[in-house]
Design a protein around this ligand. Sequence first.
Ligand SMILES: [Zn+2]
Length: 190
Amino acid sequence: MALLDIHVLGSPILRRETELVTQVTPELRRLADQMFETMAAAKGVGLAAPQVGRSERLCVIEVEERRLALFNPEIVHREGAVRWEEGCLSIPEVFADVDRAGLVRVRALDLEGNPFEVEGTELLGVALQHEVDHLHGKLFLDRLSLLKRRSALKAWDRERDKYPEGLRVLPVTDVREGSSATSAAAPADD
Ligand SMILES: [Zn+2]
């Protein structure tokens, strides 16, 4: 399966509001699959549709054993606070501590179009908040203090020339399956 190119900071689509998904079609399931593959190849834990140049409200997350495709995700509950060091596949090599809710509950549609809820703390909680932000044109940089944002942007200045078209093209490598246990999750084509 072909990997998708990742849009990096400066690409306008990262700043656009996404569109609600009205139906989870086979085409969108394929897109989610490609996003999972792209995220794994880029060694990320989350990826949102605008990062691959798409406008659908869709993101994927893989944290430890949880592998989630979320259509129209919405944070319905947040509590507590956590400070977590974040990075972003669209802003390679730039990291900063971000203040987030300590726990969030998110409502979304799954790959079958069925509603479900997921609750997360720590890395999962942070990833959920980071990806939902992407779907509303928001980046983790926006959540930094002026001073921290300035130093993050300075770090990005040293990186951006590596992406002349505003795109991060992943090298094609042989994608190894981590474990065969995950293959059962893929639905047969319909
Ligand atoms: Zn990101």
